[in-house]
Design a protein. Structure first.
Length: 189
């Protein structure tokens, strides 16, 4: 073999070897990059799933809070109606001479309605305590206290004129504050 041919074969072999080395190096980089991209894609999807899950949980919590607030507002209105109805019935009975001494079947219905409304209001308060702000629950207790004070007038024989209206207005004011707090609590969620 001539030295020129050997040199030429050496150059060609060197070029092919260099090309194959560069090719293999680039192929390795491409494979590493593909693995990096696959890993980044997996991490991005994991983050997306976590955020989506957290958003779903947050939405479900807000919906539960909204439902509890709605139920509490509804039961508060029922409680208010029962207290007003109770006092209206009591005033009607008291203003009619001799009616307080006569058993009245309507009295049982009015008292039962008030008892049921008080029970459902109390249950709504307990459920609300699980999800709602403490300030809201404190105001619910204030509504309950004012309602009990108004209903307690039935137990007194010496009630100043207009005292029932004052107590009902106090209960209504407490209810309005409660509704405002419920709204604020939902807007914060």
């Amino acid at each position: 073999m001539e030295p020129t041919l050997a040199a030429l074969l050496g150059v060609v072999a060197g070029l092919i070897g260099g090309f194959l080395t560069a090719f293999a190096t680039q192929k390795g980089k491409n494979k590493a990059m593909a693995q990096d991209i696959a890993e980044l894609t997996r991490v991005a999807k994991d983050i997306e799933a976590k955020i989506s899950n957290e958003m779903w949980i947050g939405q479900r919590n807000w919906q539960a809070k909204r439902d509890v607030a709605y139920e509490l507002a509804r039961e508060t209105a029922t409680f208010q109606e029962s207290v007003v109805g109770l006092l209206a019935f009591w005033n009607a009975m008291k203003s009619t001479p001799g009616m307080m001494a006569i058993p009245n079947p309507d009295a049982r219905a009015v008292l039962d309605r008030h008892k049921n409304a008080t029970g459902t209001f109390w249950r709504a308060k307990l459920v609300g305590a699980l999800l709602l702000d403490q300030q809201v629950i404190t105001q619910v207790e204030e509504v309950e206290r004012k309602g009990r004070m108004a209903a307690a007038l039935m137990e007194s024989s010496d009630v100043p004129p207009g005292e029932d209206a004052k107590r009902i207005l106090a209960m209504n004011d407490a209810i309005l504050r409660l509704l405002g707090l419920l709204r604020e609590d939902l807007l914060r969620a």
